[in-house]
Unconditional design. Structure first.
Length: 311
């Protein structure tokens, strides 16, 4: 169970200054009184009183602290937790208590880029920007050794875990794995949650994971966003060529499918208009010519046939 935060006892710093001034005034009166009496014992008593008043005022002034908005001070006295002061202003606290000041402002921290193997086994570089703040100062101080180092370590762990469970690219993952994908990697529609295409959904998962981890240290995660995602340099060129080849194949497939539809429509219209006079050989020649024109990536050169198809 984590440390329970309690409110520290404190009074207004101006009241503390007033008390210190009264002590100083009392010390001055004791010094003046020592000069008015002739008894040595009384003079000694007045001197001791003046010294004690001055010492008490100095100790009291040591307990004065100023807190800015969104700052906290954790107090410990004789090795025990003595409370947390989070309200901004000028305060007087226990002058003998050890103090540790923490900021509760939002902190934006960049983590990575880290080199991780994705679900398909390809090395990728991934980084994120994490926005967090201290919610419970006592837990941040006493439940972890160094809460800032804790944030970095847990952020890297969560980022590595996310990258290792999901592929960089959906198509690449399908080609790499012949077996069925893990349940947590699948979308509801049967697709794959890839790092490249499903960033928003995966960052929500990443933020939820980080919130659970950070809660142990009294920290709150406001936002986690992927800031860097790329193949590792050693395979980047190869993967880019592979992606380019896949794009060319997909484009060719679309062009071919459209060309076949156009040729089919053209043949049907010609047969309707000519009354079915086209034989199989003429159809084959027309299909060949149309496909060359429609599918080819270069402009065709027209050739005028002065003879017949059979000569």
């Amino acid at each position: 169970m984590g440390t329970q935060e309690i409110k520290a006892r404190a009074i207004s710093g101006f009241a503390g200054i007033g008390i210190a001034m009264l002590l100083v005034l009392a010390g001055l009166l004791a010094v003046l009184s020592a000069g008015l009496v002739s008894d040595d014992m009384t003079k000694a008593s007045c001197g001791v009183t003046a010294g004690l008043c001055g010492l008490a005022a100095m100790i009291l002034l040591r307990g004065l602290i100023t807190l800015q908005p969104n700052e906290s001070v954790v107090l410990t006295f004789l090795g025990k937790y003595a409370g947390t002061l989070s309200q901004d202003g000028f305060w007087l606290v226990n002058p003998f208590a050890a103090r540790r000041r923490l900021t509760r402002r939002l902190v934006t921290q960049e983590i990575g880029p880290l080199k991780v193997n994705d679900a398909a086994g390809n090395p990728v570089e991934i980084g994120m920007v994490l926005t967090w703040r201290v919610a419970e100062a006592a837990r941040a101080v006493f439940d972890v050794e160094n809460y800032q180092a804790y944030v970095t370590a847990q952020g890297e762990t969560a980022l590595r875990s996310l990258a290792s469970r999901h592929p960089y690219d959906e198509e690449e993952y399908r080609q790499a794995l012949a077996t069925q994908q893990a349940g947590e990697t699948l979308r509801q529609d049967g697709g794959v949650l890839s790092l490249r295409d499903c960033g928003d959904r995966l960052t929500a998962t990443l933020a939820a994971d980080l919130r659970e981890r950070m809660e142990l240290a009294g920290l709150v995660v406001k936002e986690a966003r992927l800031s860097h995602l790329a193949y590792a340099p050693e395979i980047a060129a190869t993967m880019l060529r592979k992606q380019a080849a896949s794009a060319v194949i997909a484009a060719r497939r679309t062009i071919t499918s459209g060309a076949v539809s156009i040729v089919e429509q053209a043949l049907n219209e010609l047969e309707d208009r000519l009354g079915g006079v086209l034989d199989a050989e003429r159809k084959a020649a027309m299909i060949s010519n149309l496909l060359v024109v429609l599918v080819g990536d270069r402009d065709v050169t027209p050739v005028v046939n002065t003879g017949t198809l059979y000569s």
